[in-house]
Design a protein around this ligand. Structure first.
Ligand code: NAI
Ligand code: MG
Length: 488
C-alpha cells in the first residue's frame, strides 16, 4: 500500500499555511505517472514571509540565538531520533515521490542520519583563536553564524541533501528557508513536521515548496538572505551566483554535478572493477552527481571488459522501486525520461555502439533499460554532457598519459575513479586527477567525516567533513586596547 501523504502546505514560522496565491501543483509518482498529491505552490510572497520568520528567529535575543551550542546539538539529535523512528515511512514516501529504489533509499537515509549526527557533534566545537596582533592590544577571533540561509535542493536524494544542508546550517547557529525540488516536495514537509515535534523554536526551519524560476529565484535574490547553498545543474548554479552577487553578495556554496571519469587499468581486478563500474553508473538510475559516466578501459582488456559489463547490465532486475527485489527503477519524471532517451538517440546517431538497453520499459512510468555503449569517443555528446541516466559509455585508451589528459579534459571536476593493482599508479592518478573526490578500487563511497565538493564547474566550496560548519560561519577579529603602561 502506498504511504499516506500527510502534509501538503508550506511550513513557515512553525505553522502550516497555504500559498498566498492559493495555488497548488501536483507531484507525480514516477512508477506510473499518477498524481501523489497536490502541494502548496510557494512564490515570492511566501518566500518573503519565510525569510522574515527566519530573520526574526535569528535576532540576538531569540530563543535560538540564546541557546547554548551544546543544546543545539541535542535538539538536532532529538530531531534525528524522530527521523529514525519514522524511517520506514519517510523511506517509502521518498520512493513514492522520486522512484528511488527501496535498497538505495535505505542506504541514503541511513547515511543521512549518520551524517546528521556527525555534523551535530561539531556544533559546540566552533572555536576562534587568540592572535599575536601587533600593538598594545588583546586580539582574538570569533566565528559566528552567517544569518538566514536559503537552501535550494535537487530531487535525486531529497532526504539526504535536505539533512546535509539543514543540519549543517542549524549546527552553525543559522536559521533556514528550504526550497525543495518541485519533483520531490513531500519528504521535506515530513521533516519539517518532525522538527516541530522536536521543538525547534518558530522560524528556525521553514520549508517553501514551489518552482525554481519563481520561489527559488526569489530566495536567491532576497536581500535578507545571507547565504545560499544549492545542489543542482551548472546552469542554475550560475544563475544563483549571479542573483546572489546582484542582490547582496550572499555567500554561496554550489554542488553542480559532473561527467566523472572512471579508469580501468590493464592490471585491474575485473571481478571488482566490473560490478563497481556498473554500480557507479546504474545506482539510482544514473541520477547521481558523481555517476561514473565516462568509463575509460585499457585497450589490452577492453573487449573482455565490455563483454562482462554488458552481461552485468543485463542482470539488473527492472521493477517497481517499492519492491525490495528490484535493482532498477524509473527516472524521476517525464522531462528527465525524455532527456535521457534523447541522449541515447544522439549516442546512436554519433556512432557509438549500443550493446544493450536503449529503450523504454513498458508503457507507464518513466523506466529506461540499463544501457551500455561501447566505442564511445571523447567528442561525442554522450561523453561530454551530463546525462543523469542509466547510460554507461565505454571509451578505450592505451597509455597513462593519454587517459589522464582525456579524463581531465572536461569543464567538470566532481569525482573520478581508478581501478589498478599498482600502488604507484593509484597514487599518481589520485594526485593528478582534477576532481573533488578520487576513488581507488571502489566507487561511490561517501562518509560524513570527509569533505565533499567539486573542482572547476562542478561547484564552489565543500560540504561535510570536519570543517563543514565553516561554510555557514563568519569570522570576526576583535582588538581590545591595553594601557601602554601598567603599574609602575
Ligand atoms: P535544476 O538545477 O533546474 O534544479 C535544482 C533546484 O534548483 C530545484 O529546486 C529547482 O527548483 C531550483 N531552481 C531551478 N531554477 C532556479 C532558479 N532560476 N533560481 C533558483 N532556483 C532554481 O535541475 P533540474 O532541472 O531538475 O535537472 C537538470 C539537470 O541538472 C539534470 O539533468 C542533471 O544533469 C543536473 N542535476 C544535478 C544534480 C546534482 O546532484 N548535482 C541534481 C539535480 C540535477
Ligand atoms: Mg531545471
Amino acid at each position: 500500500m502506498a504511504p499516506q501523504v500527510k502534509y501538503t502546505k508550506l511550513f513557515i514560522d512553525n505553522k502550516w499555511v497555504d500559498a498566498k496565491s492559493g495555488k497548488t501543483f501536483p507531484t507525480i509518482n514516477p512508477h506510473d505517472g499518477s498524481v501523489n498529491a497536490k502541494v502548496a505552490e510557494g512564490d515570492k510572497a511566501d518566500i518573503d514571509a519565510a525569510v522574515s520568520a527566519a530573520k526574526k528567529a535569528f535576532h540576538r535575543n531569540s530563543p535560538w540565538r540564546l541557546m547554548n551550542a551544546s543544546e543545539r546539538a541535542k535538539l538536532i539529535n532529538k530531531f534525528v531520533d524522530l527521523i529514525e523512528r519514522d524511517f520506514d515511512y519517510l523511506s517509502e514516501l521518498e520512493t513514492l515521490d522520486n522512484g528511488t529504489l527501496c535498497r538505495t533509499r535505505q542506504m541514503f537515509i541511513s547515511m543521512a542520519i549518520s551524517s546528521a549526527r556527525y555534523i551535530a557533534s561539531l556544533a559546540d566545537k566552533v572555536e576562534g583563536a587568540t592572535t599575536s596582533a601587533d600593538g598594545e592590544v588583546f586580539s582574538y577571533t570569533l566565528k559566528q553564524p552567517v544569518g538566514v540561509c536559503g537552501l535550494i535542493l535537487p530531487w535525486n536524494g531529497p532526504i539526504f541533501i535536505f539533512l546535509a544542508k539543514v543540519v549543517t546550517a542549524l549546527a552553525a547557529g543559522c536559521t533556514v528557508v528550504v526550497k525543495p525540488a518541485e519533483q520531490t516536495p513531500l519528504t521535506a514537509l515530513v521533516l519539517a513536521a518532525l522538527s516541530l515535534e522536536a521543538s525547534f523554536p518558530p522560524g528556525v526551519l521553514n520549508v517553501v515548496n514551489g518552482f525554481g524560476p519563481t520561489a527559488g529565484a526569489a530566495l536567491a535574490s532576497h536581500p535578507d538572505v545571507a547565504k545560499i547553498s544549492f545542489t543542482g545543474s551548472v546552469e542554475v548554479g550560475k544563475l544563483i551566483q549571479q542573483a546572489s552577487g546582484a542582490s547582496n553578495l550572499k555567500r554561496v556554496t554550489l554542488e553542480l554535478g559532473g561527467k566523472s571519469p572512471l579508469i580501468i587499468m590493464d592490471d585491474a581486478n575485473l571481478d571488482i572493477a566490473v560490478p563497481y563500474a556498473a554500480h557507479g553508473i546504474f545506482a539510482n538510475q544514473g541520477q547521481v552527481c558523481v555517476a561514473a559516466s565516462r568509463l575509460y578501459v585499457h585497450a589490452k582488456i577492453y573487449d573482455k571488459f565490455v563483454e562482462k559489463a554488458v552481461e552485468m547490465a543485463k542482470t539488473l532486475k527492472i521493477g517497481n522501486p517499492m519492491d525490495p527485489e528490484s535493482h532498477h527503477g524509473p527516472q524521476v519524471d517525464e522531462d528527465m525520461f525524455k532527456k535521457v532517451l534523447g541522449y541515447i538517440e544522439k549516442g546512436k546517431k554519433e556512432g557509438a555502439r549500443l550493446l544493450t538497453g536503449g529503450k523504454r520499459v513498458g508503457n507507464t512510468g518513466y523506466y529506461i533499460e540499463p544501457t551500455v555503449f561501447a566505442d564511445v569517443t571523447d567528442n561525442m555528446t554522450i561523453a561530454k554532457e551530463e546525462i543523469f541516466g542509466p547510460v554507461q559509455s565505454i571509451l578505450k585508451f592505451d597509455s597513462v598519459d593519454d587517459v589522464l589528459e582525456r579524463a581531465n579534459n572536461t569543464t567538470y571536476g566532481l569525482a573520478a575513479g581508478i581501478f589498478t593493482t599498482s600502488l604507484d599508479t593509484a597514487l599518481q592518478f589520485s594526485k593528478h586527477l582534477e576532481a573533488g573526490v578520487v576513488w581507488v578500487n571502489t566507487y561511490l563511497h561517501m562518509s560524513p567525516q570527509a569533505p565533499f565538493g567539486g573542482f572547476k564547474q562542478s561547484g564552489l566550496g565543500r560540504e561535510m567533513g570536519p570543517k563543514a560548519l565553516e561554510a555557514y560561519l563568519e569570522e570576526k577579529s576583535v582588538y581590545i586596547n591595553l594601557p601602554k603602561k601598567f603599574g609602575n
